[in-house]
Ligand binder design. Structure first.
Ligand SMILES: [Zn+2]
Ligand SMILES: [Zn+2]
Ligand SMILES: [Zn+2]
Ligand SMILES: [Zn+2]
Length: 460
């Protein structure tokens, strides 16, 4: 949560910087108009109208930029309530699959836990975002066009009604002030609030007196209509900005909660730690291990799935082989799990003692038939059994060298309730899992970034 906020702030800093750059460019244009307003008294009202309208449109534009930022923050804060950190995200991945008995999700977790986490994150993000986009987008678009139209209409009304005839020294600020009072009466609260917040006010120097209000209204109307004519462009810019900002936030958020992608060399469960490359400061750590069969481990004899908990003693004692690294090379062999870790995965052991962490070391309670195990461990073993019984047919399509073992004593007990996956389910599970990957979804945004056009400013 804290992290998402920091990233978001940084984003705002960047936006502010860009805004400052365009402010400087805008000021140059303003200066030009100011000079013209002073020397060329014949065109005075034209210049005033241009400055007034341009300032109005710029303020509106800034208002909508901020709205886009607020919307992105809304998605981020919703997401950070659900996924607080990589460790809790891992726990939720197990919860949403093994504990909730969602067998398709168990298979996805077994295939690739980080991608499964991304899929869940992506779905949650997109669903919540869609609701917001529908709301904000309509609001943003309507308001931009409406603000310009309403401001023009109200100004025309003031002229026609002669409301400002008696005002001495009518300046641009005084005009804005009267317009704000009129706009405060609008029935549409959000429109009224935006208008009152965005109608321009000027420092003393460029707050010129309007000599001919009729002329000013005529020219300001032309300007406002010209900006409205460019609305289509503005709309797509608003949408594009919103998409770009949201994708950027999504990418940042994913970086914060995806954590370390390493998988336990035994059972394949995901490391719970915050970042990659934390070894040798810290070894990988998983608070919850499953059956090594979910990671494809099979018995040498008969190629049957290895269904003892990753933390059971027998799992640590049994000798292991792995296919050769290069084709034709020797098959690799280790006397036990510890030897394999020391040899191939020292990053799962404490760098000084070369022992597994307390969350990984073998424990009596994880023996399949341990009767003194605490409730939560018994529940964990039951969850593993139930998941294997219902997922194995689909998983055998993934671990193609593994043989079926129909003689497991508890198999029928856990399958009896129905809902078990079949071999045919595998392809659609895999396709759903990889339908969107972080690469496509988060890095494609680079191509849509540089299109942040400023509003049309062609004046003279
Ligand atoms: Zn494990
Ligand atoms: Zn790790
Ligand atoms: Zn490793
Ligand atoms: Zn140590």
């Amino acid at each position: 949560m804290a992290k998402a906020t920091i990233h978001y702030r940084f984003q705002i800093e960047q936006q502010n910087f860009q805004t400052r750059v365009s402010e400087i460019l805008g000021k140059k244009q303003q200066k030009l108009w100011e000079i013209q307003a002073r020397v060329d008294s014949g065109k005075r009202e034209v210049h005033c109208a241009k400055v007034w309208a341009k300032t109005f449109v710029d303020t509106l534009d800034q208002h909508f930029r901020n709205a886009v930022g607020r919307m992105a923050q809304e998605v981020v804060s919703h997401m950070s309530k659900i996924l607080t950190n990589p460790g809790s995200a891992c726990e939720q991945a197990i919860e949403r699959s093994f504990t909730k008995r969602n067998w398709r999700h168990v298979v996805m977790y077994a295939i690739d836990p980080t991608q499964y986490l991304f899929m869940e994150f992506h779905k949650e993000w997109e669903t919540f975002k869609q609701g917001l986009v529908d709301r904000y987008c309509q609001e943003l678009k309507n308001n931009f066009g409406n603000c310009l139209r309403v401001a023009e209409e109200r100004m025309q009304d003031l002229l026609a009604g002669g409301n400002l005839d008696g005002v001495k020294d009518l300046t641009m600020n005084k005009l804005s002030h009267v317009l704000k009072e009129v706009c405060a009466e609008l029935a549409d609260d959000s429109l009224s609030a935006v208008l009152c917040g965005c109608l321009p006010s000027f420092q003393a120097a460029p707050d010129w007196t309007l000599n001919d209000f009729g002329q000013f209204v005529q020219f300001a109307s032309v300007e406002l209509r010209r900006y409205r004519a460019n609305m289509r462009e503005t709309e797509t810019t608003v949408e594009r900005r919103m998409e770009a900002e949201l994708t950027r936030q999504k990418s940042e958020f994913w970086k914060c909660i995806s954590g370390c992608p390493a998988r336990c060399p035994g059972c394949g469960t995901k490391c719970n730690l915050e970042h990659e490359n934390h070894w040798p400061e810290r070894p990988h750590e998983c608070r919850r291990h499953v059956y090594p069969a979910f990671n494809g481990w099979q018995k040498q004899d008969g190629r049957k799935p290895f269904l003892l908990h990753c933390r059971a003693k027998a799992q640590w004692q049994i000798a292991r082989t792995r296919p050769p690294i290069e084709a034709g090379g020797p098959e690799r062999y280790w006397d036990n799990f510890q030897a394999m870790l020391e040899d191939e995965h020292p990053d799962w052991l404490c760098p000084c003692t070369r022992k597994p962490l307390a969350t990984m070391e073998p424990l009596e309670d994880y023996e399949e038939d341990c009767e003194t195990a605490p409730d939560e461990i018994q529940r964990e073993i039951e969850e593993n059994r139930r998941a294997w019984a219902n997922c194995k047919d689909a998983l055998l399509e993934h671990f193609t060298s593994m043989a079926d073992d129909p003689d497991i004593p508890w198999l029928e007990k856990y399958k009896r309730e129905g809902g078990a996956l079949s071999r045919e389910d595998f392809a659609s599970i895999r396709d759903e899992l990889f339908a969107v990957t972080p690469l496509e979804s988060l890095e494609a945004m680079d191509s849509m970034m540089p299109l942040d056009d400023p509003l049309d400013e062609s004046g003279y």
